[in-house]
Design a protein around this ligand. Structure first.
Ligand code: HEM
Length: 423
């Protein structure tokens, strides 16, 4: 069954290849989420890497922009924060600009020196000593989730496992009321909806109203924590930090959404992606069963292969040259991690999922430079525990239908993936 649906997806990918190579190259707009919901973006990126690795699209969905698609060029942009800005008021970190009347300052969308100060304030959450505490908790919770899964009965892996595990984790990081934890999933999903899409699930006003509800809820938690002794959760860390305690409400909301989306969507989609890739590559699944120690190198390979955030965007602060192209001050520059992670000139056999790669951490999924992911070790730890606990229980979990993918050119993930655990 698993291989049958892979065949259907592979056929769609091949059909997209002829479109990718026949259309005028200047018309390729990778910010079109339709290419991600049906998983047909690969050939477009392949063509851009070969023929126009720093490519200008004048009529993108969100305005004109440069696409940077090769591994080395992406590194060059990501590590050059003096020229390539992340600032929210210049547009922020996604191809789609932040909206002028609803700017959400957050430290991923800040330049120096403010970025560093705020990043430092929350970094203790992933200090080795805290990770050791979290490891015990995550394992206990994963065990409980797995022990309650149905056997021989189809169920949605995304909802029962990936969302539940990452949401529990996030609730722990915020010390968030346990019974309300699915609100975090909801706010995370609402944040990443592209409300300007013709078939958007909600209007811009509805989206904003929900985010303000999120702010109101978290303001209650802030007020309680600021008047209590400092504690180890993220809200308390912000409330007691001299550089963050005077944040305006929209900046508090911005940083909350950063931590909610950062800590939730990405790991969630890696948990789902890993199971999908093993089903699509039965030989790799067999290797894993034969040698569970391969979890160590499989985890970073899952993160590379999934690339949970397809891109990050910057804005040029000055005229500059990249890959022979003249980029002007103010231009929008999109680094396509999803493409760089498949760059054959940098990563051998990049299109293949290989759980025992020699250099599995050679990937762009966590970014590079001053904004490199704060939560990378935590994410890897969660994935490692998930696979250790799965292998202790079951030799095989079958994906029984093609997954339903998220319609976004930013969050690369899954809405649903039906599976069955053979009894
Ligand atoms: C930043 C990916 C998990 C919190 C980032 C960036 C990427 C990323 C691409 C931006 C890097 C850049 O611009 O150079 C991922 C992936 C994850 C993951 C693929 C899981 C597989 C997490 C987790 C947390 C988290 C679990 C939270 C606890 C953050 C934060 C930033 C960030 C706070 C902003 C860092 C800064 O601006 O200095 N992440 N992330 N991430 N991530 Fe993650």
């Amino acid at each position: 069954m698993a291989t049958a649906f892979k065949q259907i997806e592979d056929e769609a990918i091949e059909m997209a290849r002829s479109v990718a190579y026949s259309m005028p190259i200047e018309d390729i707009d990778m910010t079109d989420s339709a290419r991600f919901v049906d998983n047909t973006h690969w050939a477009f990126f392949e063509r851009l890497r070969k023929e126009a690795p720093v490519h200008y699209c004048a009529n993108g969905r969100f305005g004109p922009f440069w696409s940077v698609t090769r591994y080395k060029d992406i590194m060059a942009v990501d590590t050059n924060h003096a020229v390539f800005s992340s600032e929210a008021h210049l547009g922020g970190i996604t191809a789609k600009d932040q909206e002028d009347d609803f700017i959400l300052p957050m430290f991923i969308a800040m330049d120096q020196p403010k970025h560093d100060v705020q990043r430092k304030a929350v970094s203790p959450i992933v200090a080795p000593a805290n990770l050791a505490v979290l490891e015990v908790l995550i394992r206990e919770r994963a065990q409980k989730i797995f022990d309650n899964l149905p056997i021989n009965e189809p169920f949605d892996w995304v909802d029962r496992v990936s969302i539940e595990l990452t949401t529990q984790m996030l609730a722990t990081l915020f010390d968030f009321p346990w019974e309300d934890r699915r609100k975090l999933t909801y706010w995370s999903d609402v944040t990443t909806i592209d409300v300007s899409a013709p078939d958007a699930k909600m209007t811009r006003d509805e989206q904003r109203a929900i985010l303000i509800e999120c702010l109101t809820y978290f303001t209650g938690l802030w007020n309680a924590r600021v008047n209590a002794a400092p504690a180890g959760d993220l809200i308390s860390m912000m409330a007691h930090n001299p550089s963050m305690r005077d944040m305006q409400p929209m900046e508090y909301l911005g940083n909350l959404l950063l931590l909610i989306v950062g800590g939730n969507d990405t790991t969630r989609n890696s948990i789902t992606g890993g199971l999908l890739f093993l089903n699509e590559n039965p030989g790799e699944y067999q290797k894993l069963r034969d040698n569970p120690a391969l979890i160590e190198s499989m985890v970073p390979e899952i993160v590379r292969y999934q690339t949970p955030l397809a891109h990050m965007r910057r804005t040029a602060l000055q005229d500059t040259i990249l890959g022979g192209q003249h980029i002007k001050k103010g231009d929008r520059v999109v680094m396509w991690y999803v493409s760089g992670n498949r760059d054959e000139t940098e990563i051998e056999n990049a299109d293949a999922f290989i759980i025992d790669r020699a250099r599995p951490r050679q990937h762009l999924s966590f970014g590079f430079g001053i904004h490199r992911c704060v939560g990378n070790r935590l994410a890897e730890m969660q994935l490692k525990i998930v696979w250790e606990e799965i292998l202790k229980r079951w030799p095989m979990i079958e994906v029984i239908e093609p997954p339903v993918r998220v319609k976004s050119a930013f969050v690369k993930g899954y809405e649903r993936m039906m599976v069955r655990i053979p009894g």
